[in-house]
Each structure stands twice: as structure tokens, then as C-alpha cells.
Design a protein around this ligand. Structure first.
Ligand code: HEC
Length: 153
């Protein structure tokens, strides 16, 4: 009987801690990438023709040949650097979150999905890692400028 209670307690604690931490099995917790080769990533950006729909702040990339395509700027000054997880998600699951600086209709298809090309069956994991390393190195943190309030009399 005692051991039964002990087991029940352990199970309860286990369930409790699971619920408490809220560890969603689909959580990205524990996600980490090996170091990528940013230089190689820059080359891949051109070979995968990402430039058809993107520019990268401060980097010279070929010009888009798709005049009707919304050009989404990557890199540059941001208030928070994009994490590896966010960049990987943007590439392998682009519809997951659309950048809020564009109107949805500028970056989505009629069905509401991202206009971005699906590379999941053509890109190797190494290529993905290198692209992410390249892109992440292009973001800089914008300086925080405190609001200057005039003196109050
Ligand atoms: C046919 C057009 C198209 C191509 C080609 C394309 N993208 Fe995109 N991409 C988009 C659009 C549109 C968005 C904005 C909507 C979204 O987030 O899915 C986007 C979003 C992104 C974002 C997130 C931007 C942000 O600020 O949230 C990243 C990162 C990205 N693309 C990387 C790439 C890379 C790397 C390639 C090449 C391997 C590529 N894209 C090729 C259209 C494209």
C-alpha cells in the first residue's frame, strides 16, 4: 500500500511538473544548430536565387528579375537580432509568421500562404545552416535612443 502511494506521488509530481513547465512537445526548447559558414551562405543566397524576392542590407546581390514581386529586405538594423530558430523557421516554414512591416497581401498568395519558394526538398541541412549563419551576421542591433522629455515647469 505504502509503495503504491509512493508511486502515485511520483506520478503526480511528474505530471505536475510537466504541466507546470508547460513543455509543449512541439516547443523549440533544446533546438541548436552547429556553426555555419557565413561566406558559403552568401554564395548560396545567389545560387538559390533568394535575391529574386530579397535584398540584404549592406550586401551586393544580383537584381531581381521579377518586377511584380514584393522585395522583402533582410538584415540591417533591428531592435532584436533574429534567432537561429526564427531564421530556420522563416526558411523551412515561411507561412508560420509573416513580417509585420508588410501588408499581408503584399507577401502572401491568394490562399494566404507565404509567397516564398519552398526549398524543403532541394536544400541540404548544411546549406540551411550556412544560409542562416550568413543572414544572422547581417542583422545589427539598433541603438536604444531614450526619449528626451522637455523640462516640466
Ligand atoms: C518567390 C519569392 C521568394 C524567394 C525566392 C525567397 N523568399 Fe524569403 N520571403 C519571401 C516573402 C514574400 C517573405 C515574407 C513572408 C514570409 O515571412 O514568409 C519572405 C521571408 C523571408 C524571411 C523572413 C524575413 C523577416 O523579416 O521575417 C527570411 C529569413 C527569408 N525569406 C529567407 C529567404 C532565403 C534564405 C531564400 C533563398 C533560399 C528566400 N528567402 C527565397 C519570398 C521569397
Amino acid at each position: 500500500m505504502k509503495s503504491c502511494l509512493a508511486v502515485a506521488a511520483i506520478v503526480l509530481v511528474g505530471v505536475g511538473s510537466l504541466a507546470g513547465c508547460g513543455t509543449d512537445p512541439k516547443s523549440s526548447m533544446g533546438f541548436t544548430l552547429p556553426d555555419g559558414n557565413a561566406k558559403q551562405g552568401e554564395t548560396l543566397f545567389t545560387s538559390f536565387q533568394c535575391y529574386e524576392c530579397h535584398t540584404v542590407a549592406g550586401v551586393t546581390v544580383p537584381e531581381s528579375q521579377s518586377p511584380d514581386q514584393t522585395i522583402v529586405r533582410l538584415g540591417g538594423e533591428v531592435s532584436r537580432i533574429k534567432t537561429y530558430g526564427e531564421l530556420v523557421t522563416s526558411i523551412i516554414n515561411p507561412s508560420h509568421r509573416l513580417p509585420n512591416r508588410y501588408h499581408a497581401e503584399q507577401v502572401t498568395t491568394d490562399e494566404g500562404a507565404s509567397q516564398m519558394t519552398n526549398y524543403n526538398d532541394v536544400m541540404t541541412v548544411t546549406e540551411l545552416i550556412d544560409l542562416v549563419a550568413f543572414l544572422q551576421s547581417q542583422y545589427t542591433l539598433s541603438e536604444y535612443e531614450p526619449t528626451v522629455y522637455p523640462p516640466y515647469y
